[in-house]
Design a protein around this ligand. Structure first.
Ligand code: NA7
Length: 446
């Protein structure tokens, strides 16, 4: 597509200021270079600013240090090394079996055990890829009708779970168990589709908890370790983790699990990690400690909008936006995959495409109608923010701490950061807004 000539690599933006006179933006790089633009589109990513908790003594540790979110492009050799890894979200859980393969010793420091389900990744069967590609237009249309716009295999071949609309309590215990077992053997997110109430009601959620607890007890030989690995929060309060032999890995003699909830990390030392009760010597420390999600990359840029207002001040108590795409007081500033849109809750490719298409149409419409700027009306923005909170309060998501709520970052206000109404409803709402002449937006004539 000959894109390279339009891309400037290795360029970090430090500030962006709206200019009332021109109705556009000036962005400044860390090298004090400036660029002017009428429209500014932030594609800075929902899970792109990594987070390392401020453990004392970080500089004292003399071994290798990595974060799972900024993994080096060169291979990292674990062979014969003592590795300590902090964090058991998707990143930590998926890294554990891989590191254990070569390391001499792996110590996993876990604060909150998550729900993990086998991924069962596999090579494509002969002809499978061709069969999918032959049906792309049809499949893409179909995915657009699903809450997460997410690819799954039901339409293709062997998915054993027919999307269920009924309650998990409508079937007998035996039948439910058989469905859970099929979903376990098949792997991936199939279980989420089995019944309507597994992630929406406490009673449904506890059924999955019981199933996973049983699996962990069966897989993990040492029952003390098994107990530590069992998730206690409700299923559906965080993203389901998918793994390849995570629980099995703890049966290997050189792999240890440390519960840092009961034995907290005090500091890093020259030789490794000091918890209250033990010293873990390590050649390598890996932070699998996640991200300053949804707002982290935006908050690292100093945005100044109309009348000198700063985005940092407007968002002090949590993000404010209309449709997760534009912010009142910051005209012509578009955010892709931003807070209060579907973003990380939907198929990222389709969700990004939908927003990019919307922005492009919006810009074309503005040029056609001779409008200079667009920004949300304050009232529409307030209503959207309230709508986000209402949807979240009706879900289980607010019942545990996670990056969805910003509560993984010290001092970050606790707000649910995504739109929970599902991708089809979000897309329909965006289309309706545009069709109705950008209802809820203020368009300034040139
Ligand atoms: P996550 O899911 O935010 O996981 C971070 C992990 O790090 C989690 O287990 C945290 O425990 C742990 N953590 C964070 N801070 C600390 C401190 N101070 N002490 C001990 N442990 C800590 O990030 P991931 O990178 O795994 O995954 C992010 C998303 O990327 C994921 O949802 C997928 O969508 C892909 P906690 O649970 O907070 O007790």
């Amino acid at each position: 597509f000959d894109m390279a000539r339009n891309i400037r690599f290795s360029t970090r933006i430090t500030s962006a200021a709206y200019d009332e006179a021109s109705g556009g933006w000036t962005v400044e790089t860390e090298d004090s270079e400036t660029f002017a633009a009428r429209w500014l589109i932030m594609a800075t990513g929902p899970l792109s600013s990594t987070h390392i908790p401020p453990f004392p003594g970080r500089e004292d540790f003399t071994g290798e240090v990595y974060h799972t979110g900024v993994w080096p492009h060169h291979p990292v050799d674990f062979t014969g090394k003592r590795v300590a890894m902090i964090g058991t979200g998707s990143s930590g859980v998926q890294a554990t079996p891989v590191i254990a393969r070569d390391a001499a010793q792996l110590t996993v420091l876990q604060r909150t055990p998550g729900h993990s389900w086998p991924a069962r990744n596999r090579a494509m069967l002969p002809g499978e890829q061709e069969a999918v590609k032959a049906r792309y237009p049809e499949l893409r249309e179909y995915w657009q009708t699903l809450p997460g716009a997410t690819f799954f295999r039901t339409l293709l071949t062997d998915d054993p779970i027919v999307p269920g609309t009924g309650s998990a309590f409508d079937v007998s215990d035996e039948e439910r168990l058989a469905i859970f077992e099929r979903a376990w053997d098949y792997g991936g997110y199939a279980v989420l589709r089995a019944f309507s109430d597994l992630v929406t009601t406490e009673a449904g959620s506890l059924l999955v908890n019981a199933f996973i607890h049983e699996k962990i007890s069966t897989i993990v030989s040492d029952q003390e370790t098994a107990e530590m690995l069992k998730p206690r929060q409700l299923f559906g309060t965080k993203r389901l983790i998918l793994d390849s032999d995570y629980y099995e890995t703890f049966n290997q003699p050189h792999v240890d699990l440390v519960d840092v909830r009961s034995d907290p990390i005090e500091r890093l030392t020259q030789a490794g990690i000091k918890t209250r009760d033990r010293q873990i010597d390590a050649d390598m420390v890996i932070f699998a400690t996640g991200f300053d999600a949804m707002t982290g990359s935006l908050s690292r840029i100093d945005f100044t909008g109309k009348d000198g207002i700063r985005l940092a001040d407007v968002w002090q108590g949590g993000p404010q936006s209309y449709l997760g795409m534009l912010v009142s007081g910051f005209p012509n500033l578009f955010i892709i995959g931003g807070p209060q849109s579907c973003s990380a809750l939907a198929n990222v490719i389709l969700a990004n495409e939908q927003q990019v298409d919307w922005f492009c149409q919006c810009i074309r419409d503005m040029l056609d109608r001779d409008n200079r700027t667009i920004e949300p009306a304050p009232e529409a923005q307030t209503n959207w923010v309230e709508h986000i909170a209402e949807l979240a309060d009706a879900s289980l998501y607010t019942k545990a701490d996670s990056w969805y709520l910003g509560s993984n970052i010290e001092g970050k206000p606790r707000n649910f950061l995504l739109y929970l109404g599902g991708y089809p409803a979000y897309r329909a709402r965006c289309e309706k807004v545009a069709e109705e002449g950008y209802e809820g937006f203020v368009l300034e004539p040139a």
